[in-house]
Design a protein. Structure first.
Length: 163
């Protein structure tokens, strides 16, 4: 059967990347389930961010991940229920929540970074079938280009024959 999304090329690139992202997350989840990780694969980036940057407000974590605040709030709730992070009111603004890793969260993350993540990264790199970095560099360039000039502005410019 034809892959219509693939055949549509750049027109359906977002759909194709989402489909690929869903596939990667599902396959990563199988690996994580095998080592007993108590949260979905999609909840690991906040843990990694908190480990790297320390305690952050929900807003700061949202900006760091490029994820909506409601999305971060939902992930934080699940991570807190799993005992991997804790939240508290910010000292300067009682409405803001500060999130930080618990010792259990840090231990899980260290264990995954040493034992599980390298294997997943190597498998994805191999599946990419190319030298490390080029796909990631292209994705970073696409993200930067769309941040600089969104599609709506690009289509307007191109429809006027401008380059």
């Amino acid at each position: 059967m034809d892959d219509v999304i693939k055949d549509l090329g750049h027109l359906a690139l977002g759909t194709r990347l989402k489909r690929l992202g869903d596939r990667l997350q599902m396959q990563t989840q199988v690996i994580l389930d095998g080592v007993g990780v108590p949260v979905p694969a999609s909840h690991l980036p906040p843990l990694a961010c908190l480990k790297r940057r320390g305690a952050l407000t929900v807003g700061d974590l949202s900006r760091s991940l490029g994820v909506s605040q409601p999305g971060v709030t939902r992930m934080a709730r699940a991570l807190e229920e799993a005992g991997l992070i804790r939240s508290r009111a910010a000292a300067d603004d009682r409405r803001a929540r500060v999130l930080e890793l618990t010792p259990a969260g840090r231990n899980w993350l260290v264990r995954l970074e040493k034992g599980t993540f390298p294997g997943i990264e190597a498998a994805v790199r191999e599946a990419c079938g190319e030298a490390p970095g080029s796909l990631l560099e292209n994705l970073a360039a696409l993200e930067a280009a769309l941040e600089h000039l969104p599609l709506v502005d690009r289509t307007r410019r191109l429809s006027k024959g401008e380059r």
